[in-house]
Design a protein around this ligand. Structure first.
Ligand code: UD1
Length: 424
């Protein structure tokens, strides 16, 4: 158990660099297995999920060199053989499901345990199966293991019933090496979908339309390893922006792509934040007190579900009552009782949290139940009077690089400990 102790109530000020995007990095690491030879990923964050993915690839026979200081991950795939990824590693994260499409495309068969990841609701994989079946694969569940096989994948048309990042990328990965052209309709449009398409193309693939709701993939016989720089993490950027707003701070974030965080910036401006876009940096100045706003999570370019918990924490201190509706995951309000321990006034009715702003939050012991819930509690702790101890910080470490160092660089009084041992 890792804990973070925060002595709150100080405005965050200063400049920090946003890390590479978790949800781009993980499918990119999987995608390296599609290509012969060596691929080099840059701006890779040193987070738990990346280390798990590295170990998954090593288990499948890849040689992986990881330079955490420079954020460079190099994957040599020549030693990879068909096989089943390690059960415990695969079930400890969500993105392990990408190995299904990748191994199927490469070897004609794949077996991958049903993935794990944040417990934020029912997370089916039916659209992944539908997509792979449209490419001619036989796909089935076998006692907790997803299995797929096809003598040769053939291009097909698939309409996704739900806009799913995971299913869009899954089908794109498998289609890259299929015979003929695949059309994916009702796709997710997230910038990390575009990033994976760009990487496949850099390896010699033929993907077009990524970033729109229809992607076309012309399959090729062979892909060759390439270099790629991971885009900045929109959710990390959003979390820091909210920290600035909640603490009446003044924070500059380097390494951001402002267009990728438009939905978050729009809602923060609505809540009263002053935000300056400075090329690949943004400066956020918090108001005396944020104003209540209403928001609904939606696929990109809507407001991201992964920033909902943090925004709800922010709104606990707003003047007025906010309505926050979560449309993607039914269990994404599990952090609410923890915020209530700190003095927040929130009532959850179905998929909506009704947040009545209070004048102040008070430090308290609380527990993180997933990455973003933990991030929300960190924000609340930074703004609260007195000391907050957050248990379960290992969830947060799955997705936030150098959290303690970045908080300290912004002047926060924080200490991370693992079972009584300081974590550097
Ligand atoms: C990914 C992200 C997660 C983020 C989410 C939405 C990774 C590792 N995780 O998760 O951080 O919160 O995108 O931006 O990248 N669905 C189905 N059937 C499917 C697939 C999805 O019903 O086969 C539903 C899900 O339950 C959810 C919605 O579609 O309600 C969107 O899910 P999806 O975009 O696939 O998210 P994940 O891949 O689970």
């Amino acid at each position: 158990m890792t804990t973070l102790t925060i002595r709150g109530g100080r405005p965050l000020t200063g400049t920090i660099r946003v890390s590479g995007r978790k949800n781009a990095t993980l499918p990119l690491i999987a995608a390296t297995l599609l290509a012969d030879g060596t691929s080099r990923l840059e701006n890779v964050p040193q987070i738990h999920d990346v280390l798990v993915y590295r170990d998954l690839l090593i288990g499948l026979g890849a040689r992986v060199d990881w330079d955490p200081v420079r954020g460079v991950l190099t994957v040599h795939t020549n030693g990879v053989r068909p096989g089943e990824p390690d059960y415990h590693l695969a079930t400890s994260i969500r993105a392990s499901y990408y190995l299904l499409g990748v191994m199927l495309a490469r070897y004609g068969e794949a077996s991958v345990p049903l993935p794990g990841g944040d417990k934020i609701g029912h997370r089916p994989v039916d659209q992944h199966f539908k997509g792979l079946q449209a490419l001619g694969a036989e796909v089935w569940m076998d006692r907790g293991i997803m299995r797929a096989r096809a003598r040769r994948l053939r291009g097909g048309t698939v309409y996704l019933d739900i806009v799913s990042v995971g299913a869009t990328i899954q089908v794109m990965l498998a289609a890259a090496l299929a015979e003929g052209t695949t059309v994916i309709q009702n796709c997710a449009r997230e910038p990390h979908v575009v990033a994976v398409a760009n990487f496949i193309n850099a390896c010699g693939g033929k993907v077009s339309g990524a970033g729109t709701d229809t992607i076309r993939v012309r399959g090729v016989q062979r892909l060759t390893g390439a270099a790629h720089t991971v885009i900045p993490d929109d959710i990390e950027a959003g979390t820091w922006m909210m920290a600035a707003v909640m603490t009446r701070g003044d924070v500059t974030l380097q390494n951001v792509i402002p267009t990728h965080i438009t939905p978050i910036m729009a809602k923060l401006r609505e809540a009263g934040a002053e935000i300056h876009e400075l090329g690949d940096a943004v400066r956020v100045i918090g108001p005396d007190r944020p104003q209540a706003i209403n928001l609904k999570t939606l696929p990109y370019p809507g407001f991201p579900t992964d920033a909902q918990s943090q925004m709800t924490a922010l709104l606990t201190l707003a003047s007025g009552t906010s309505y926050v509706t979560e449309t993607l995951y039914e269990d994404r309000f599990r952090f609410v009782p923890e915020l209530v321990r700190m003095g927040a006034q929130i009532r959850v009715e179905g998929r909506t949290a009704i947040v009545k702003g209070v004048d102040r939050l008070y430090g308290a012991p609380v527990e993180a139940t997933d990455i973003r819930a933990g991030a929300a509690l960190v924000l609340a702790g930074l703004a609260a009077e007195g000391e907050t101890t957050i248990y379960g910080m290992e969830h947060v470490q799955r997705g936030y690089e150098k959290l303690e160092q970045k908080l300290q660089a912004l002047g926060a009084q924080v200490k991370m400990e693992r079972q009584g041992v300081a974590v550097g």
